[in-house]
Design a protein around this ligand. Structure first.
Ligand SMILES: C[S@@+](CC[C@H](N)C(=O)[O-])C[C@H]1O[C@@H](n2cnc3c(N)ncnc32)[C@H](O)[C@@H]1O
Length: 279
């Protein structure tokens, strides 16, 4: 058994900058990069499952037309654009990867329909926003990547208005000691330093001042996500001419098998959390 490796924010941003185009080629061409919430064990429709996660989180957060939303680790911007379209809310997205923010800004320009949404390059540990400016802070599968998690919690608390809501999905590290295969294929693969168990997550948010109302494990859905995406990756690799990209995608497909095994061994998980900043 071993502990996880240590990565810096720079390691993380380089990884997401360098892999943006590759992920677009086989994971989701619109740039969605989060765990799906599947309709049942035989469901293999990843795009629908990914949208379902977004809609579930929006419902849990209680986002409506009056909301001002910050999406931390917004990636290519899809969650915020969907939220604004479907609820009429306003919002900002911030991400550490310049390439992903560029993609999000491109999508916004292409649409040209004046949605009240903006995207910015920045870190969860130094949010470029005033105190108390948002009614909701949301995040999908991004906060696990932050090496200094206490700092990101303090920042999200700061930018929320009193009575505001934090709603996140995130990767979980259920146990302190993990095996070599999990370290290589789950943690090091995406430059993930370390994470919380479900209880540890709740305790960390509470320590930051939040009142946690939902802390739910959703391991079955992340297992299914990597089962479905592993199969998709193998099909895409067979149709990819660029040898370097093909090898990377095949490596990802092999990791998908190891990721499912790590979930079965209790070394990796996924959870949803909703918390309130006291009024
Ligand atoms: C797995 S992707 C999820 C992207 C997006 N939330 C989605 O659902 O498609 C993780 C994202 O977190 C971003 N990220 C990692 N560390 C961050 C940090 N310290 N501050 C802001 N974003 C960060 C990465 O650049 C990447 O875009």
């Amino acid at each position: 058994m071993s502990t996880t490796s240590q990565f810096t924010e720079r390691d993380v941003s380089e990884f997401f900058d360098q892999t943006t185009q590759t992920y677009l080629s086989f994971w989701d061409s619109e740039g969605v990069l989060h765990t799906g919430y599947f309709a049942g064990p035989d469901d293999t429709d990843y795009p629908a499952a990914a949208d379902r996660t977004s809609d579930l989180l929006a419902t849990e957060a209680g986002i409506d037309a009056s909301a001002t939303v910050l999406d931390v680790g917004c990636g290519c911007g899809n969650f915020l654009l969907r939220l604004a379209e479907r609820t009429g809310c306003r919002g900002e997205g911030v991400d550490l990867s310049i390439e992903r923010v560029r993609f999000a800004l491109g999508k916004l320009t292409e649409r040209g329909d004046g949605l009240p949404v903006a995207f910015r390059h920045g870190s969860a540990t130094a949010l470029p926003y005033d105190d108390g400016g948002f009614s909701h802070v949301v995040s999908q599968d991004a906060l696990f990547l932050v090496p200094d998690k206490a700092r990101s919690h303090a920042e999200m608390y700061r930018v929320l208005a009193p009575g505001g809501t934090l709603a996140v999905t995130d990767f979980l590290q259920p146990v302190a000691e993990i095996g070599e295969a999990a370290r290589r294929h789950v943690y090091d693969r995406v430059r993930w330093s370390s994470g919380y168990s479900l209880d540890g997550y709740r305790e960390a948010l509470t320590a930051a001042g939040f009142e946690v109302t939902v802390a739910r494990s959703l391991d079955d859905h992340i297992r299914q996500t990597y089962r479905v995406l592993g199969e998709t990756a193998r099909q895409r690799a067979a149709a990819t001419d660029d040898e370097a990209a093909r090898q990377w995608i095949l490596g990802f497909a092999a990791s998908c098998d190891e990721i499912q095994a790590a979930i079965d061994r209790g070394e990796f998980g996924w959870g949803m959390f909703v918390a309130r900043k006291p009024a």
